[in-house]
Design a binder for this molecule. Structure first.
Ligand SMILES: CC(C)(COP(=O)(O)OP(=O)(O)OC[C@H]1O[C@@H](n2cnc3c(N)ncnc32)[C@H](O)[C@@H]1OP(=O)(O)O)[C@@H](O)C(=O)NCCC(=O)NCCS
Length: 188
């Protein structure tokens, strides 16, 4: 990864709770897809085999404004599915998305997942670039997946999630982040 274009900022990553949802939806509304409602998030939080996290801005005071990013994971059998990930537009390019994805990948490995997958719109260059940093590869296309955008989804997989190579890759990404400016509570 090259130098970030936004200043790094201290964030703490914690499990998503109902009290974070106003802040989460504030970010979701900025997303091109913006398909997730409060009810959908509540269902996910109540579901089993899920892991939802938020990135909290350590400098912010109110809970709503403190949420600068979020991400979710669904583990089914050997596969871990990244269901959502977003960072507030004002907080992008500060490696918060990287931190969120690192937490999900680490948690997926801890739960015994062998592979990790997600869908992304082909035009979403920022997200595709983030996933490439983690070693995700395009393995298919879901036609019309983003019907509201008239766009297909690329299906990405990290097929070697459980292996040593992926472990080394994730460790290298973590080592490349600035530890001095970030506090983090990894879950699990
Ligand atoms: C995709 C998203 C989560 C990335 O979050 P982020 O915190 O800005 O990403 P990071 O700072 O961790 O970026 C990590 C790397 O990804 C790549 N990247 C991220 N954003 C990029 C952009 N706009 N253009 C090019 N590369 C980008 C870079 O390689 C970057 O490393 P670098 O900054 O050291 O060069 C964010 O852009 C977002 O919330 N988008 C809207 C929601 C969305 O599209 N979610 C994905 C749905 S599949």
């Amino acid at each position: 990864m090259s130098a970030p274009t936004a200043p790094t900022r201290p964030v703490t990553i914690v499990p998503m709770r109902r009290r974070h949802l106003r802040g989460v939806l504030r970010i979701e509304r900025h997303s091109v897809h913006a398909r997730w409602s409060t009810g959908l998030f509540l269902n996910e939080l109540a579901g089993t085999n899920r892991c939802y996290v938020v990135a909290l801005d350590d400098a912010a005071r109110s809970t709503t404004r403190a949420v600068v990013g979020f991400a979710g994971l669904l583990c089914t059998g050997p596969d871990a599915h990244v269901t959502t990930i977003a960072v507030h537009p004002d907080a992008r390019r500060a490696h918060i998305g990287t931190r969120l994805l690192l937490v999900l990948a680490t948690e997926a490995r801890r739960r015994g997942a062998e592979a990790m997958t997600l869908e992304v719109a082909a035009s979403n260059a920022a997200a595709v670039a983030l996933y490439e940093c983690f070693g995700f590869q395009v393995e298919g296309v879901r036609a019309g997946y983003y019907a509201e955008l008239g766009e297909d989804a690329l299906v990405l997989w990290m097929s070697d999630l459980a292996g040593d190579a992926a472990g080394r890759r994730l460790a290298a990404i973590a080592a490349g982040l600035d530890p001095a400016l970030h506090t983090e509570e990894l879950i699990g």
